[in-house]
Design a protein around this ligand. Sequence first.
Ligand code: C2O
Ligand code: CU
Ligand code: CU
Length: 482
Amino acid sequence: MELLGRRQLLKLAGVALASRYLHSPTSALGSTQQASPFPTPPLLPLTRAEPGVVEAELTATWADVAVAGAPARLLTYNGSFPGPLLRVREGDHVRLWFTNEMEEVTNLHTHGLHVPPSVDNPFLTVAPGETVLYEFTIPTGSAGTYWYHPHLHGHVSRQLFAGLSGAIVVAGPLDSLARLRRAEEYLLILKDLTLSNGVPAAHSVFDWMNGKEGDLLLVNGALQPVLAPRRGTLRLRLLNASNARYYRLQLEEHQMYLIATDGGFLEAPVGIDELLLAPGERAEVMVQLTREGSFRVLNLPYNRSGGHMMGNSGMMGGMHGGGIRGDTQTQTLLTIVAPPAPKTVSLPSRLARIDSIDSNLASVTRQLVLGGGMMGMQFFINGRSFDENRVDVSGRLGNIEVWDIRNRSAMDHPFHLHTYPFQVLSRNGVAEPFVAWKDVVNVRPGESVRIAVPLRDFTGKTVFHCHIVEHEDQGMMGVLEV
Ligand code: C2O
Ligand code: CU
Ligand code: CU
């Protein structure tokens, strides 16, 4: 694994040089845009009543906030946009009191956490005025970046777009590696938004087909903030909390080193020139700043209807029914201002130990076909629309399953499974370059992605779905019963 990482790193070193054609750092901000300082989401206050037990309160409510310097009324958790950061440790027993202070039904999902489906229950409805206790234990070995958001079928798209989401960071023993501790750590929640008269814009018919993308590309709720670290080595936790936007991330003049994915640490850092983050996905990267200066974190064009956009084509972003979905222009997400003569520290050479799943041990191989009907107005898995009273997949506790996910539609779908983290085995028959724990995997049109799913620890009913939440709300979701 380590060898593979290194080889890839060498190969990619050449790519990093090629990326220097990018704009000079002085043009870091658009002329009209005021530089806002980099905001950090507030910490969710925790009470540690007994050793190992943390209690917290989360309330979904409308609130007045500022977005890109303008007042906005959004749906929030505890009045903040994005929601407060739940920061816990492996092994913590969490008691999370959730109150719905909205005039509409909702519920809460702890995306990516390996906790019982009876607790992280997508079938639960939390009525207006109701308080519900979510009580679970953070598994050992799960250190990483997760998130929470509403998950009531039919209501997710609007509520998520309107502001309801927050990050969960699980700390573990590996975080105390000196080479990780010497890095300066930041959380970056990527969530786009369109405001209309100060409130979240409504969905159009096209939004329901393609997934709604906002025109403000916000980082922790701010537009093109400036991050000015004191140290030369950064650890960035990235979360794509957008309804439908894909982020193809690049840092000007720098390589990034991927150290963690959805389910936590990799075995060793992997050098990358760019990072594609589909809706729902998380990643952690480390960066060693090479010199004093301003470097933009860019969102490169990405066509989520089947192919990379190479450069700016001058095509309109407004083509909906057909060819292009996703960003056609390079955009600036934030600017990192490196300190004078940044001192960097070495990256860790070893991270987690991950047992790669032997797919020969799989008890069953299933095929899941992502598709649709009615000219892109309907969304199916295996030809069927979501029905909470139907079980689509029944598995046995303790078994390993292989799922072959096929996309027979004309656009990318980020496939997500609750409760049971998986490993990606191959894409179109090509083995994945490194082993990692995932809970979202992007599947491109025509692609077949094989994943290995260990059905560990918990029985119950949960769901798998497309994380373009408009597709999920319209039925691209199925029920798994273990
Ligand atoms: Cu992030 Cu089923 O969701
Ligand atoms: Cu989830
Ligand atoms: Cu989809």
